[in-house]
Design a protein around this ligand. Structure first.
Ligand code: ATP
Length: 223
């Protein structure tokens, strides 16, 4: 689904990520952890085709990222839902319109019942008409998740989705991501919150990737 073969990445100075070889299998659930500045967001951007590797090969849905045109990358991204660290919204549009935006961009119709079901699923049914500035951090994150999945991606990438949330809201968000995984979606969550990772172990069979010394490796049972 997403495969890295001996991938390296550099923003121009020394290598930030080196010799990364891994596969995210369909239906798998991964955490990505590591200290601040280790390259978690960078890794997700590589998975999203937002950055090109400096060396090695990234394959998205069996196609080499380098061989994809801009249009191909845009199409490929419809199969990958990304929840950004600082989820941005169009503040003048109601929440429902913000969540439905990817459909509009993709030239697909918005089915009101589907949109309403999705907002209900993330617990924002009552806030469909609210403007983004009035939302709490947890509401924004759940809105960002709804927006990331409205187009029906196969993969969901989430960058520190619980970064500013209290524990109860973090668990709620984690539960939604676990439910998505049970629906068959491949999930990758970048987080420095080891408690969240420990909590997830009772909910889902997950693997933990850790960035250490520029490499991405499977973490052991020492978390
Ligand atoms: N566009 C960029 N240009 C140059 N350097 C960058 C750029 N984006 C990130 N970096 C640097 O790359 C390193 C890794 O950043 P990244 O955001 O991927 O780390 P992270 O593990 O997600 O950190 P955090 O947990 O703090 O979000 C940092 O030192 C950062 O300053």
């Amino acid at each position: 689904m997403i495969a890295f073969d001996n991938v390296a990445y550099s923003y121009g100075g020394g290598e930030l990520l080196s010799e990364i070889t891994l596969r995210l299998a369909p239906g798998s659930f991964h955490f990505l952890t590591g200290p601040s500045g280790a390259g978690k967001s960078t890794f997700l951007k590589l998975c999203y085709g937002d950055l090109m590797p400096s060396a090695g090969r990234i394959t998205l849905f069996d196609r080499d990222l380098r061989s994809l045109s801009r249009d191909d990358i845009a199409l490929t991204r419809r199969r990958i839902g990304m929840v950004q660290q600082d989820c941005q919204f169009l503040d003048h549009l109601p929440l429902a319109a913000n969540v439905a935006l990817p459909l509009m961009v993709a030239g697909k119709p918005t089915v009101p019942q589907d949109l309403s079901d999705l907002l209900g699923w993330v617990g924002l049914g009552q806030l469909a008409d609210a403007k983004p500035p009035s939302l709490s951090g947890g509401e924004r994150q759940r809105a960002a998740l709804a927006r990331a999945i409205i187009i029906g991606p196969d993969v969901v990438l989430a960058d520190e989705p619980t970064g500013n949330l209290d524990w109860e809201m973090s668990l709620r968000l984690l539960t939604l991501l676990v439910e998505l995984n049970r629906m068959g979606k491949t999930v990758l969550i970048a987080t420095h919150d080891l408690n969240l990772i420990r909590q997830a172990k009772s909910l889902v069979a997950s693997r933990v990737l850790r960035i250490s010394k520029r490499r991405v490796q499977l973490a052991g049972a020492d978390l």
